[in-house]
Write a protein that binds this ligand. Structure first.
Ligand SMILES: [Fe+2]
Length: 254
């Protein structure tokens, strides 16, 4: 089974790049996951963005620290398991952090979204939340983890924690693709898949305002970068619940 994981789709340039990319490659994959928490100009996702992703061929959209930025997410997340929020929010949080789906090949595949706690909101422990999930997860069913976290150390530690226990741990949130992809004990790993959006930007925002804030330490509203976007993604080859190949994708090359 071939799986595509598209990195954090940021704003309109990210949506357009995702649409163009999937129009070209969607049929090469049995299942497509995308992180969509930055679709609305960097802050959350609207119904329009979610539907644009689904129409383009994304099977499930994962989120992160910007999950709740747009109010309509509360409706969407109750309607469908195809929009996942981090698993380790407190009990009673709307929506799901984990769900299982049928792929195009007919094999089942589960997806889980979890969030780190270093330099982020202090949620429940993501390591224990994933341990609890794995106790009940069928061993022969593929499980892809989107670990949305800031600190490289926490992501590397989670990769170690999950090695041999899940099909893949794909890091998201930091928006710059890392070159440390590997497979260990049948588990594919990368610290960060990168961002689908304007690459020549301050991780999706125009440089000017971000630079001003660093230099002057005064408030200035960020503006999403408005240029041609590009895709950052991971292509996975899996056999049963084990990963056999991981490849970083940059499209178009830029
Ligand atoms: Fe994030």
């Amino acid at each position: 089974m071939r799986i595509l994981f598209i990195g954090d789709i940021f704003g309109t340039p990210g949506i357009k790049a995702m649409q163009q990319f999937l129009a070209a490659v969607r049929d090469d994959y049995d299942f497509v996951i995308a992180n969509g928490e930055n679709a609305a100009g960097g802050f959350g996702i609207t119904r329009k963005h979610f539907e644009q992703m689904r129409t383009a061929g994304v099977d499930v959209v994962t989120m992160g620290n910007h999950t709740w930025d747009k109010h309509e997410v509360f409706e969407i997340i109750e309607e469908t398991p195809r929009l996942l929020r981090p698993l380790n929010y407190p009990p009673g949080t709307p929506g799901l952090g984990h769900a299982s789906f049928a792929s195009r090949s007919g094999e089942r595949i589960a997806v889980v979204n979890a969030m780190g706690r270093v330099f982020m909101e202090p949620l429940d422990c993501p390591f224990r939340a994933l341990d609890n999930l794995l106790e009940h997860h069928p061993k022969d069913e593929a499980l892809i983890v989107d670990f949305h976290a800031e600190a490289t150390s926490e992501k590397r530690a989670m990769g170690y924690h999950l090695s041999g226990r899940v099909t893949a741990m794909i890091g998201t949130h930091t928006h710059v693709q890392t070159a440390d992809e590997r497979i260990s004990k049948g588990t594919a790993y990368i610290t960060d898949v990168g961002m689908t959006g304007v690459q020549d930007s301050a991780i999706g925002m125009a440089f000017e305002e971000v630079h001003y804030r660093f230099i002057h330490k005064l408030p200035k509203r960020f503006k999403p970068a408005d240029r041609q976007g590009a895709v950052r993604a991971i292509s996975l080859e899996i056999s049963g619940a084990k990963a056999t190949q991981i490849e970083r994708l940059q499209w178009p090359l830029s």
